[in-house]
Design a protein around this ligand. Structure first.
Ligand code: KIV
Length: 253
């Protein structure tokens, strides 16, 4: 899809009913995100999510999906310690139905990515704002806004690619930085608050359905009022991503 300049459409999902719907309407990638810690469990961050929670929700979603690629987040504490521990935990998610696993972090993850990749586990990186590091980052802030920080994100993307990562999610970075990274690597980039010049977009399902009760970041767009059914609302999100109508300047940094 990157080669043919066809935008990739991704949404989060945590249960079988929505899994069936997203799969049916043609979402390319379904992400069982650790955002379930906030959306489903009501926590203030993703940090409290356990591996057993990710396994449970992966089983729920994978029971209902056929065509979409099923990506699953590795939760906080399940992959940082060593490549061996990351492999053991990733294997549990793959057994539960994951087809690719996502890990947050930069260059320090290179060995783990290559360890997993050599052993047949596809991986997605996650750069920019990495919510599991919210305390270290000092909040949910836009990343890559100064040249040093921007270059370190670009370097990390290249290093992860060299080590076998298959895809990279870019979160909360300036649109111009999203564009630079996307041009400088061969694998696809999926943005969330990273502007329109990336290879695809991801949002939290509940956000596009207008089910957001707290502070809403400016990259979020509710499609709720665009359709009469949930199915139509999701289709409208897909179309907006495919036509590059979402995100526009108002959703970008
Ligand atoms: O957990 C999640 O939902 C995510 C994305 C929104 C990229 O990681």
């Amino acid at each position: 899809m990157k080669k043919s300049n066809s935008p990739i459409c991704m949404l989060t999902c945590y249960d079988a009913t929505f899994g069936r719907l997203l799969d049916k309407v043609g979402v390319d990638i379904i992400l069982v995100g650790d955002s379930l810690g906030m959306v489903v469990q009501g926590n203030k961050s993703t940090i409290q999510v356990k591996l057993k929670d990710m396994i449970y929700h992966t089983q729920c979603v994978s029971s209902a999906t056929e065509n979409s690629l099923l990506m699953v987040d590795m939760p906080f504490g399940s992959y940082q310690e060593s490549p061996e521990k990351a492999y053991a935990n990733a294997a549990k998610l793959i057994e539960a139905g994951a087809q690719i696993i996502k890990l947050e972090g930069g260059k320090w993850l290179a060995n783990t990515i290559s360890f997993l990749s050599d052993r047949g586990i596809p991986t997605c990186g996650h750069l920019g704002l990495t919510p599991q590091s919210v305390h270290k980052l000092g909040g949910y802030k836009v990343q890559g806004t100064n040249p040093k920080n921007a270059n370190s994100i670009i370097d990390a993307a290249k290093t992860l690619e060299e080590n076998g990562v298959d895809l990279i999610v870019l979160e909360l970075i300036p649109a111009e930085l999203g564009k630079k990274i996307t041009q400088q690597i061969k694998i696809p980039t999926i943005g969330i608050g990273a502007g329109v010049f990336v290879d695809g977009q991801v949002l939290v399902l509940h956000d596009i359905l207008g089910l957001n009760f707290g502070h809403t970041p400016k990259f979020v767009k509710s499609f709720f009022s665009t359709g009469n059914t949930i199915e139509q609302v999701v289709k409208n999100y897909i179309n907006a991503v495919r036509k590059k109508e979402y995100p526009n300047l108002e959703h970008s940094y």
